[in-house]
Design a protein around this ligand. Structure first.
Ligand SMILES: [Zn+2]
Ligand SMILES: [Zn+2]
Length: 658
């Protein structure tokens, strides 16, 4: 961080804020990265901005989060310029940076074709090469209206000044302060090439966009409302280096191969029938058996972990959610009520209120605490149709939900034990890289519970996190109004982060439900309540595992664990006998007695990602043996049947990854 007096230099004929060392026409930060903008007194600004003595200037380099966003947003400008040069009748919507890239919306008569995208991308490369300058120009509202008379959407944004919302992206263009237009100027002649209403900041020059690619198009309603015209959105990606972009494109390709929606259909695991509705999955037999294995194992672990099993209905009178407060703060996420017997009934979005009623069903003593109530509870949430996504964002799901009621003194130990339990279970499912996020309260917002409550619960969560040895990322202001929480983030096989388990302390519900227990000294006390779901929901966790394993589930979770493949029809009875011995040991096994040729059967088993193929021919029948063909393609011939059965059973029991 430096003050401006050291840093004023002249570039391209104008005075610029260039912190750090400079070379001709290029500014580099201490790490040798190109500086493309600056934070002046905390506010993001163009490099071309004027400075006053005493201004505090921090360089913004291209690879930083801010730098990427500015570079991507500038790429959106270049795209819009290219589009208007090629399609002069196109009207401009907005063009913000998004995760990994940018988009711009256009009002055009026809949707863009893949060929159009190629032409636009080519034109963009020319603009980038020309090194056009982004020049900021403040304008009065009237001048802006006159200059942009041909751009109806921009005119609408000018009218929004001061009220522009971040939700629909309008604040990219207009803020509360003065309006600005950015002119794209020819670097040599200074001639105007294009312009756009925008708050900025932008790159100094189009040349500073190191790598970009247009990705896809789609329809998008103006300002996100179905009542408005539909525009055509073009998405692009842009990166600070070619290598970063290639890495990202490879990851996308890998993610595409692992898309659980695709795998779900290919492996016949689940589907979303139109007749049932968006975000509501049905599990087919092969998905159903995986789900059963997941549930059985989870039940066993919960039983061993001191949980008690409860069961509650899917619908309830509205009154319950009035007591819990959900109708006050969660109503938008709930399905609308149905009227029954003159009253409103709701599908439950959460199980907690019902568990509270179980706690309250009779007097409780401190001797019963901690009381851990567990349920595979099905809940329904009214996710917007636009955000529903495969199994990872659904409208109906089953949570592996538990509520723990304990004394304040028990809270730290309970949270420590809980976090260890969570991580242990997730590791059994083959996830191994985790970090934690601690969501604490925003001091300025309304919350339930005293300062001491929050401090104590936050300290307890911190202590539990510390004991886990994992990295803890603070999330200040991220807590719900009713208590702090820890969420467990897991990295999958290709490095993506998934939020899985949450452990949430709650000061609100015990109070609203008047929960209490009799303490050792005879007084009535309010218990601490902890919400926790380890998978999150079975559906979501199923989807995450499917992507993590790219469909090749470890033997213990695979829907079909073993398939017997006869070389000829005469070897079928031999494999049936092997299959029976495996079934006796609880192994899920099939024998492929179809009329397909052996090579086809092997290919089918590979496509189904079955962990073990047992192949048998004359030699195997003679020696009472089988030949293994593993998922890796490796082969092991002439394995005595007893040994083969033991190898498979052991691998399943040990939950090995292969
Ligand atoms: Zn802009
Ligand atoms: Zn809960």
């Amino acid at each position: 961080m430096s003050t401006v007096s050291d840093l004023r230099i002249t570039l391209d004929g104008s005075e610029r804020v260039v912190p750090g060392g400079t070379t001709a026409g290029q500014a580099l930060d201490a790490d040798g990265r190109t500086v493309i903008a600056a934070r002046v007194n905390g506010e993001l600004r163009d490099l071309a901005g004027e400075l006053r003595d005493g201004d505090v200037v921090e360089p913004v380099a291209i690879g930083s989060d801010d730098g990427r966003a500015i570079m991507r947003h500038s790429a959106a400008h270049v795209m819009a310029q290219a589009v208007q040069e090629l399609f002069p009748e196109a009207k401009l919507g907005i063009g913000p940076p998004v995760e990994n890239g940018f988009y711009y919306d256009f009002d055009v008569a026809e949707p863009f074709t893949p060929d159009d995208l190629k032409r636009i991308e080519k034109r963009m490369r020319e603009i980038v090469k020309q090194g056009q300058l982004f020049a900021r120009r403040p304008v009065s509202d009237d001048d802006a209206r006159a200059e942009l008379a041909g751009e109806p959407y921009k005119l609408e944004l000018i009218g929004l000044k001061g009220a522009a919302s971040h939700d629909d992206g309008a604040d990219v263009e207009v803020g509360a302060g003065e309006l600005t237009i950015y002119d794209n100027l020819d670097a040599k002649s200074g001639d105007l090439r294009w312009k756009d209403l925008c708050r900025g900041p932008h790159l100094p020059s189009t040349r500073v966009i190191p790598a970009f690619k247009l990705m896809r198009t789609g329809g998008a309603y103006w300002r996100g409302s179905e009542k408005n015209p539909q525009l055509q959105r073009i998405y692009g990606t842009a990166w600070e280096s070619r290598e970063k972009q290639d890495e990202y494109l490879r990851l996308l390709e890998e993610a595409e191969k692992r898309d659980h929606r695709r795998l779900g259909a290919e492996l016949d695991l689940f589907s979303f029938p139109n007749e049932i509705g968006s975000g509501l999955a049905v599990f087919h037999p092969k998905g159903g058996v995986v789900r059963k294995v997941m549930e059985d194992y989870s039940r066993r672990r919960h039983e061993a972990g001191g949980y008690e099993f409860v069961n509650t209905p899917h619908i309830t009178k509205g009154n319950l959610f009035e007591i819990s407060g959900h109708l006050g703060w969660y109503k938008d996420d709930m399905f609308p009520p149905m009227e029954v017997d003159g009253g409103d009934y709701y599908l439950k979005p959460m199980n907690c209120p019902m568990h509270n009623l179980i706690f309250r069903a009779r007097g409780r003593s401190y001797r019963e605490l901690p009381l851990r109530l567990f349920e595979f509870g099905s809940v329904y949430r009214f996710e917007k149709s636009g955000v529903v996504h495969g199994l990872t964002r659904v409208r109906g799901m089953t949570q592996d939900d538990a509520h723990i009621y304990c004394t304040r003194e028990q809270m730290v130990d309970e949270l420590k034990g809980l976090l260890a339990f969570v991580l242990d279970l997730l590791r059994d499912y083959g996830l191994s890289e985790f970090f934690l996020e601690l969501s604490t309260r925003d001091e300025s917002e309304k919350f339930i519970g005293t300062d001491e409550d929050w401090a104590e619960a936050t300290a307890a969560l911190e202590e539990a996190a510390g004991a886990s040895g994992l990295d803890l990322v603070p999330d200040p202001g991220g807590a719900a109004f009713y208590g702090p929480k820890i969420s467990v983030q897991a990295k999958d096989a290709i490095g993506r982060t998934w939020q899985l388990s949450t452990i949430q302390v709650d000061f609100n519900q015990p109070k609203r439900f008047g929960l209490e227990y009799q303490a050792a000294d005879g007084t009535r006390q309010q218990p601490v309540m902890i919400h926790r779901a380890l998978f999150g929901s079975i559906e979501r966790f199923f989807g995450v595992l499917l992507e993590h394993y790219a469909g090749a589930m470890p033997p213990w979770l695979a829907p079909v664990q073993v398939v017997g493949i006869p070389i000829g029809d005469t070897h079928v009875p031999h494999l049936e006998r092997v299959a029976d011995r495996l079934r006796e040991r609880g192994v899920r096994v099939e024998v492929d007695a179809s009329s397909d040729r052996m090579q086809k059967k092997i290919r089918n088993a590979q496509k189904q990602k079955i962990p073990y193929m047992l192949i048998a021919g004359d030699d195997d029948v003679e020696q009472d043996a089988v030949s293994f063909r593993y998922r890796s393609g490796e082969q092991k011939n002439g394995v005595p049947i007893g040994e083969a059965v033991e190898e498979i059973v052991k691998a399943v029991e040990a939950r090995v990854q292969i």
